[in-house]
Design a protein around this ligand. Structure first.
Ligand SMILES: Nc1ncnc2c1ncn2[C@@H]1O[C@H](COP(=O)(O)OP(=O)(O)O)[C@@H](O)[C@H]1O
Ligand SMILES: [Mg+2]
Length: 356
């Protein structure tokens, strides 16, 4: 390997050195020739030879030096051509040795970095574009189903008019309202997730007792749990320190986790919400004795639109956005969320938050 010396660190110094070598060589030729000039006295012939020799030598030397110095530029040129031919997908790679950190070396490094950046951003753009198209397809599918049902029931009420009993009319309208609520929830979730993913919302953090919030949210779900024959309980430790978070967002997290636990736990099951101190953090747990989640699904559970049981209970109300929203909120708070589940036995979601 060539030793790295400061003397040849710049292109300018390399050029200067090459010129110096050429001029020393020319000088040496001149000295030798002038000696012979005096020896032989053939002045004119020798001067002519000297001029032709010097010009030829300088030209050849300049060509050699120039070719050597531009070698890496030519390599860079071909690498840029290859980059263009690969549709800006394969970043530029130019072989350089250790001592090549002169001006050309720096240009090559800058081009390499630029090409890596361009290739990476193109890949990201393609990924975002694909995701956007998938999202549009999913959204239109999820909106169409409840809209069609709603339209069907409302048209039935209109067409049959007096032919419908008061009871049936009421039932059809209730179904239409239920679909309407699901639609509203789906649109709200989509809107919120889009804003969260675009970093458009900033949590309004303040210190508050999360154990009290957990109890309030559990209270809110008490009636619907009772209707579904589920035992819903809160176990919070009184000495739990407050957390620094956005209250509205934390309420949303608790609602999403409790709603899921209730949806995926059959009648007679149990759901418990716990809030405890864990070292210098606060741990929030939502456990259920429901159907559980297969371990193949765990890795994708927090992806938007992911539903482990797609088809069985998939409708517009549970489009698979809840956990994506939950994870994004927790990330925004610098916390962590994890899930443990045993199919057939139940699931526990654990959220860790920093104390205030
Ligand atoms: N407590 C739970 N028990 C069993 N499966 C669950 C539970 N929570 C979430 N899941 C699974 O994770 C998927 C994603 O949840 P989520 O993002 O909230 O979407 P959604 O509830 O809208 O289907 C659900 O479809 C379900 O299959
Ligand atoms: Mg959900």
């Amino acid at each position: 390997m060539r030793p790295k010396t400061d003397l040849f660190a710049t292109l300018y110094s390399r050029l200067a050195f090459s010129l110096m070598v050429v001029f020393i060589a020319i000088g040496a030729i001149m000295i030798v020739t002038s000696q012979r000039m005096f020896e032989t006295q053939r002045l004119f012939e020798l001067v002519a030879n000297l001029v032709v020799g010097t010009v030829a030598f300088s030209l050849i030397a300049a060509l050699v030096v120039f070719r050597f110095l531009t070698l890496r530029l030519r390599r860079l040129g071909s690498a840029i051509e290859a980059f263009r031919a690969s549709d800006f997908a394969k970043p530029i790679r130019v072989e350089t040795s250790d001592g090549d950190d002169d001006e050309i070396g720096r240009i090559i490094t800058a081009f390499q970095e630029m090409s890596e950046r361009i290739a990476m951003q193109l890949t990201q753009l393609e990924h975002v574009d694909r995701e956007r198209r998938e999202l549009l397809a999913n959204v239109s599918h999820d909106l169409r189903t409840p809209l069609a049902s709603m339209q069907g029931y409302l048209e039935m009420v209109l067409i049959k008019e007096d032919g419908l009993s008061q009871e049936d009319r009421c039932r059809y309208l209730q179904i239409a309202v239920k679909h309407c609520e699901r639609l509203a929830r789906l649109v709200r979730d989509l809107f919120d997730l889009t804003k969260l993913e675009a970093n458009e919302v900033k949590p309004q953090v303040e210190a508050f007792p999360i154990n009290e919030l957990a109890q309030d949210v559990v209270q809110k779900f008490a009636l619907s749990a009772q209707k579904r024959d589920l035992r819903l309980s809160a176990s919070v430790s009184a000495d739990c320190p407050p957390v620094c978070a956005d209250i509205g967002m934390m309420e949303r997290v608790l609602e999403n986790l409790i709603e899921n636990a209730m949806r995926y736990t059959p009648a007679g099951g149990e759901i418990s919400v716990g809030v405890h101190r864990a070292g210098n953090r606060v741990e929030l747990r939502v456990s259920d004795t429901g159907q559980g989640i297969h371990h193949d699904d765990i890795g994708n559970l927090f992806d938007r639109y992911y539903r482990a049981d797609r088809g069985e209970s998939g409708d517009a109300g549970n489009a698979g956005l809840g956990l994506a929203i939950t994870r994004r909120i927790i990330e925004l708070h610098g916390g962590q969320i994890r899930v443990e589940s045993t199919p057939g036995l139940g699931t526990t979601f654990t959220v860790e938050l920093a104390t205030a």
